[in-house]
Design a protein around this ligand. Structure first.
Ligand code: FAD
Length: 501
């Protein structure tokens, strides 16, 4: 792509130019860098991240026991074999990503401690101008780029989401959010309450149970868990047969994806059966007489939220051993000594951990303008959950809920590279997506149908998300199994793509 230095606004500061600017050095950003290098050789690109190193989620979260709840065969890249147990710690994921960076000499493209603060598109110049600030020196920097690849994740890294409860300021103990875990925290012999019912709470409770006096998992309503061995029989057998790791990765990945497709189908077609089976799996770890109906039988249907994997049933083993307990109730208010529940019971606590989720951040909290007009993403329609109407030369990453979030890394990597190569071939400097004449009467709907999927962080911030249509082109279908064959076949000369020179 052509070198360009003209800015949309007069400024004395010199901008550094790249063909492609990737925002974020998490799993997606690093994967994007790999694909650009492989599939668009010669492209000048940079990856900018606000944090001090790569890893995103796996760098930010430092609470005890932090681990994936997806298997790494599908969470990891298709091009880099995963050789460990399926569920991995943050440290193992960082080390896997570190190898990808080193083996492909990607470090020279990545700049840390660069927080992007604004992005402005100029149609006159066919160029993005990106403002960044160095988090260590406060220095303001300018970049220009022909194409933006937004790999910023989906939540604010600085601070997790904690609801406001009455009386929080009266509580004499410590309140901690797992996303900003204090290294100095001393849990020894303390009474700890973990508020939450998702994967984070399920990970934390068994991880700290041995250190605390007692830990209580306090949930408003239960979650579905899949409790199973942290091992993959197919991988173990193939390793015994001394099969090459590249093959093992591909075979196991396919097998897991096949099984997940079956499970999703069962959950949708036979929700009662699926629910009973999931609950049976949990029951197997708990003592006779444990109130599974109250504490581990969710009200929603099994496919409406992500199924949380509990390796070796460790959460339930903690409960069975008496070191941990579970309370299903609503919080009336915080008190000096702990938490008063709707039922009238008071849970005493020295430390309260709010595993209550994220603050959604749609595009890294970056203000965008197109030709000096502020972009309101909620007024755009998404093209397959990766581009927006009216926003040129930009691809945005939003992963999968039911399968590994990261399964789109390689699919989007292929798409972006194909699009860039196509633009080069036809001499286009600009591409945007637009509704076609046949989409004129298409209903424009909220980003996601809550009947289909309804995690709290999305429901809280749906007004920030782009809109969708009712055709596969104009929505994120959340269906990896269809997308893996459809995305490579997208006709880049279709009417929905509008090119400019
Ligand atoms: C504790 C935890 C466990 C999870 N476990 C799983 C799991 O098992 N399976 C699964 O599929 N998903 C899981 N997820 C979801 C998970 O976040 C993703 O799967 C994956 O790691 C996201 O990668 P990413 O690259 O898209 O985003 P992130 O990891 O969020 O990385 C985004 C990067 O972009 C940077 N960035 C954002 N805005 C800016 C800006 N304005 N300027 C500069 N840099 C910016 C951030 O600093 C960050 O480094 C988990 C999430 C959490 C919090």
């Amino acid at each position: 792509m052509a070198e360009a230095t003209t800015l949309t606004r007069p400024t004395s500061q010199k901008a550094e130019h790249f063909d492609v600017l990737i925002v974020g050095a998490g799993i997606y950003g690093v994967g994007g860098a790999y694909h650009l290098q492989q599939q668009c050789p010669g492209t000048r690109f940079v990856v900018l991240d606000a944090l001090e190193s790569f890893g995103g989620t796996w760098l930010t979260h430092k609470y005890p026991g932090i681990r994936s709840d997806s298997d790494l065969y599908t969470f990891g890249y298709r091009f880099k074999p995963w050789v460990g147990a399926p569920i991995a710690t943050a440290e193992e994921i960082l080390s896997y990503m570190g190898e990808v960076i080193e083996e492909n000499d990607l470090a020279r493209h990545i700049r840390y401690k660069h927080k992007i603060t604004a992005a402005r598109w100029s149609s006159k110049d066919n160029l993005w101008t990106v403002e960044a600030v160095r988090t260590d020196t406060n220095e303001k920097l300018l970049f220009t780029a022909n194409f933006l690849w937004m790999c910023q994740g989906y939540y604010r890294h600085e601070k997790g989401y904690t609801p406001e409860w009455k009386g929080m300021d009266e509580f004499k103990g410590e309140i901690v959010h797992p996303q900003t875990w204090p290294e100095s925290i001393d849990l020894k012999d303390k009474k700890v309450v973990v508020i939450g019912s998702g994967a984070t709470a399920a990970t934390l409770v068994p991880a700290i149970a041995g250190d605390c006096g007692h830990v209580t998992l306090l949930q408003r309503s239960p979650t579905y868990f899949v409790a199973a061995r942290n091992a993959n029989d197919v991988a173990d057998m193939l390793r015994k047969l001394e099969i090459d790791e590249t093959w093992i990765h591909e075979i196991v990945r396919r097998k897991i994806l096949f099984d997940q497709a079956e499970l999703t189908k069962i959950c949708i077609d036979m929700p009662d059966f699926a629910r009973d089976e999931l609950i049976k799996g949990v029951k197997a770890f708990l003592p006779e007489g444990f109130d599974v109906a109250k504490h581990f039988t969710p009200k929603y249907r099994p496919w409406q939220q992500r199924l949380a994997f509990v390796p070796d049933g460790d959460l339930f083993q903690g409960i069975a051993s008496g070191k941990a307990s579970v309370v299903t109730d609503e919080i009336e208010r915080f008190t000096e000594k702990g938490i008063l529940l709707r039922s009238g019971q008071e849970l005493e606590a020295d430390i309260i951990i709010t595993a209550t989720g994220f603050n959604l951040s749609v595009l890294g909290d970056i203000p965008f303008t197109v030709d000096d007009k502020r972009v309101d993403f909620s007024q755009t329609v998404t093209y397959r959950g990766m581009m927006f109407t009216g926003v040129p030369n930009m691809v945005w990453v939003f992963g999968y809920f039911r399968a590994s979030w990261t399964l789109r890394v390689d699919l989007l990597g292929d798409f972006v590279c194909r699009l860039l190569n196509h633009m080069k071939a036809i001499g286009a400097k600009r591409v945007s997506v637009a509704l076609r004449p046949e989409d004129k009467d298409m209903p424009i709907l909220p980003w996601i149908d809550p009947e289909n999927f309804n995690p709290g962080y999305l429901m809280r911030s749906m007004d920030l998300m782009p809109k969708r249509g009712n055709k596969p082109e104009w929505q994120h279908t959340q269906d990896y199994w269809t997308e893996r064959s459809e995305l490579p076949k997208i006709a880049l000369d279709g009417k929905e793509f509008v090119y400019g020179r």
